[in-house]
Design a protein around this ligand. Sequence first.
Ligand code: PMP
Length: 317
Amino acid sequence: MTAKHPPEFAWKDGHLIAWDDCTVHVRSQAGFFGANVFEGVRGYWSDDREQLYLFRMDTHFERLALSMKVMRLEVGYTADDMLAGVIETIRANGFREHLQCNVVAHFGLNLDQDPLYPTSNTGVHITAIRFPRSPKTEAGIHACIPSWRRISDSTVPPRVKVGANYQNSRLAANEARINGYDMPIILNERGTIAEGPGSCLFMLREGRLHTPAVTDGILESITRDTLIVFARDILGIEVVERSIDRTELYAADEVLMCGSIAEVTPVISVDRLPVGRGTVGPVATALRDLYFRALIGDLPGYEHWLTPVYDAAALRR
Ligand code: PMP
């Protein structure tokens, strides 16, 4: 997907529209301050089933509802309306490949008051783009601890998925990139591991998986929750949710990042120190393979997490 070949259709405030018409005003609170909340969802095409699947949409819309509640952002659309919008958008574009879709609720223009004052002028837009799987899920990545700290619940809560939060991610990601790393692993205000710019972390030590607690300055990741289920219920690995020190990553046998976009991405070095043997480990591989199977309906017992897009029932919830 390049800028020259964008998808044909997007969705805004209840209607399918041309991609180029899906805009917000530069003076809107969303356009100016990043005053929006959103979900980033992946769609997965299965050649075998000739079907495109969305993963854990109920949970995505629950998290969107929490983000809207915290930001006191109300829109005239229910979760079902927005899911129907997602399905309509994907169908209109005729996608038969992996994709990434954003559902965004935003604050619009408010010319009458102080531009920071919450406005009832709000809206929703939905866009989906072709999005192939990253080879980094196979090869692994080199990570660093950046000098930037993660935003915290007492300032800009990372639990809430607000567009403006990603300026913190951007600062850390820029630093990592400029210094030759693939990804930053950002410490929270207390100096323990929080998360990546758009992904959560797991570490394998002494046969147990550890992941920062939801109170450690993270987004409550749906992929993190999924991997906890797979580790405990399928692999029989104990999962501990607790604060993680930086040097524990140097001592770990395996580290991985997870998220809708990161999927399951093994970390093979941190601060140029190898993680374990410096190769992709067996637990990351097993979790990644389970996750990939679940996403296209190939993991028996977890089909209830999938919404098939090209299925009449998908629009009748
Ligand atoms: N942390 C941040 C900051 C993110 O943006 C994301 C991506 N949504 C994640 C973690 C992973 O969350 P999820 O697994 O729900 O995509």
